[in-house]
Design a protein around this ligand. Structure first.
Ligand code: ZN
Length: 234
């Protein structure tokens, strides 16, 4: 491991001075990130680097497998990060980013790899639906590596579904204040695939076109007009 002492000294002495005014402003005014990114803890996947974000621009939550547990009464780090990002920081975009060569997804597909890791096993239960869907769709067509890739992509969609169970996200989507994004980062090429909710598939983003969105927030009201009129008349 390189000398961490040297690295933090280098940051303090060489990097920080060039951005000192920005850090001072962020310390004084607080953060206003536009997006929450939920990515894998894998050391090869660097959210700020992939999105070329600077200090204060991206609120990041990382864990093994870029997983979002469904909302429940049990407290958790991911749930708290989501709630804080949406309610306190008012982020407009939430990104779930999977990636190639993901150890968590390999463990999900090959359980013997994680049989000595009870916490990882339990955590990956939040991704079982992805494995079931991929098995149902591709079991007879794909070799193991491609199957792991398929599970990784399906896992992004499953975690987007879980996101919608969180009250703060559900309310933000209904108010049209939040969009959800599903990404896949390829470590070998540096490319990012994005899920296009309208086309229902992952696509390569086009340089001059708006970035496709997985789930678009829309301001809406589900009560029938007749019912709201009747209530107003009472
Ligand atoms: Zn991973």
């Amino acid at each position: 491991m390189p000398d961490l002492h040297q690295r933090i000294a280098s940051f303090r002495g060489n990097v920080f001075p060039r951005q000192a005014a920005l850090y001072r402003r962020l310390a004084q005014d607080g953060q206003q990130p536009q997006a929450l990114m939920i990515s894998c803890a894998d050391s090869r996947v660097m959210p700020e680097t992939i999105t070329q974000s600077g200090p204060g621009e991206l609120f990041v939550c990382r864990n093994a497998g870029n997983i979002v547990p469904p909302f429940s009464n049990m407290n958790g780090g991911v749930s708290s990060a989501i709630e804080y990002a949406v309610m306190a920081l008012k982020v407009h975009d939430i990104i779930v980013c999977g990636h190639s060569e993901c150890g968590a997804m390999k463990g999900l597909c090959c359980p013997h790899l994680i049989e000595e890791m009870p916490n990882v096993q339990a955590w990956l239960r939040h991704s079982h639906a992805a494995r079931s869907v991929a098995t149902q769709l591709y079991a007879n067509e794909l070799d193991q590596d491609d199957m792991i890739c398929a599970v990784t992509l399906e896992n992004v969609l499953v975690q987007l579904d879980h996101l919608r169970t969180h009250p703060s996200v559900a309310a933000g989507l209904a108010a049209g204040e939040i969009n959800l994004h599903g990404w896949f980062f390829d470590i070998k090429t540096g490319g990012v695939l994005v899920y296009d909710g309208a086309k229902e598939r992952f696509v390569e983003p086009e340089a001059d076109a708006p970035l496709p969105v997985a789930v678009t927030g829309r301001s809406r009201a589900c009560m029938p007009v007749a019912l709201t009129s009747a209530m107003a008349a009472e």
